[in-house]
Write a protein that binds this ligand. Structure first.
Ligand code: L34
Length: 292
């Protein structure tokens, strides 16, 4: 048996095409959706992700502006930049790429962004709304996950989803999304983390296993129930002298050994990553619609 490979790139393209139609409707009504992405410092991975976000905007009919600042930018300077963008009526989405340099308090930055323009869904107001099931902007990476599962013809409702990882960006919002009522949710949920005892006991109960740990190839075949849907959120750069770039991308799942027993699995690259960018397009259009 061999798993269905969930094609994140293809599904992301479908979603971007939907966002493009929605953006065109807004443009016809006099509002061009506009996203501002702020990048502080020189992290090569962040630069690459921001680059794909800007490119996706171009293809979707969303105006985008990239603001780059040096790594020694002060917290105060970044805050005044955000205040300026909050006040600018032509801006509908503000995204500050994480991680930020150590001297900048990420919570303070996240809290400063107008919740109505918070296309990352990280602001405490949006986190709170999500947790009580109110309509709001929700974090792109976890929001894309049920989307890619359902669009692959796999039912989610009633399944047991086990999430490994409790970050504010993926693990926690993933739990909030999956526990809600609805076609793309309605799961029984378990969250595992570094304090979990007998991790494999829990992960083997998963109909849907979501790995968001940040450790290359952490999830081994003996941690997975045969036939499970395995979603790999990890995107780790591992040194590889045999390729020109000098590194290769590896997920949090030991793909070669898990793929033969899984029912469905997402690859890295080409899985969750492109979905994150596609959901950002959806969120930007949504923010523009709410603000216009
Ligand atoms: N504020 N910070 C903020 N919002 C986010 O949603 C993110 N994230 C994470 C890091 N910091 C953030 C992203 O944008 C991770 N992330 C992200 C975005 C895109 C991709 C991966 C992670 C992506 O496009 N991945 C491609 C390969 C990219 C490559 O070659 O390096 C893939 O196929 O997985």
């Amino acid at each position: 048996m061999s798993a269905t490979v969930i094609d994140g790139k293809k599904i992301a393209a479908e979603i971007r095409a939907e966002a493009k139609i929605e953006a065109a409707e807004l443009i016809a009504n006099g509002t061009q959706p506009c996203l501002v992405v702020v990048l502080v410092g020189e992290d090569p991975a962040s630069k690459a992700y921001v680059g794909s976000k800007v490119k996706a905007c171009e293809e979707t009919g969303i105006k985008s502006l990239k603001i780059t600042r040096p790594s020694d930018t002060s917290e105060e300077a970044l805050i005044s930049e955000i205040d300026r963008l909050n006040a600018d009526g032509s801006v509908h989405g503000i995204l500050v790429q994480l991680p930020l340099p150590k001297h900048i308090n990420e919570d303070r930055i996240t809290e400063r962004i107008d919740p109505a323009k918070d296309v990352d869904g990280f602001h405490p107001v949006n986190v709170g709304k999500l947790s009580i099931g109110m309509d709001c902007l929700t974090p792109c990476t976890p929001t894309g996950i049920p989307e890619m599962i359902v669009r692959s013809g796999i039912e989610i409702s009633g399944k047991h989803a086990v999430v490994i990882g409790r970050s504010n960006i993926v693990g926690k919002p993933m739990m909030s999304l999956l526990v809600q009522k609805g076609e793309k949710a309605n799961c029984t949920i378990t969250c595992c983390h570094s304090g979990t005892k007998d991790l494999a006991h829990h992960t083997k109960q998963a109909d849907i296993l979501i790995a968001a740990i940040g450790v290359p190839e952490f999830v081994k075949a003996d941690m997975v129930k045969p036939g499970a849907t395995v979603i790999d959120v990890g995107i780790n750069r591992v040194d590889d002298a045999s390729v020109a770039k000098g590194y290769k991308l590896v997920g949090d799942v030991d793909y070669a050994n898990v793929e033969p027993i899984a029912g469905a699995i997402t690859p890295v690259p080409g899985g969750v990553g492109p979905m994150t960018v596609a959901m950002l397009m959806k969120n930007t259009v949504k923010a523009a619609r709410m603000l216009s």
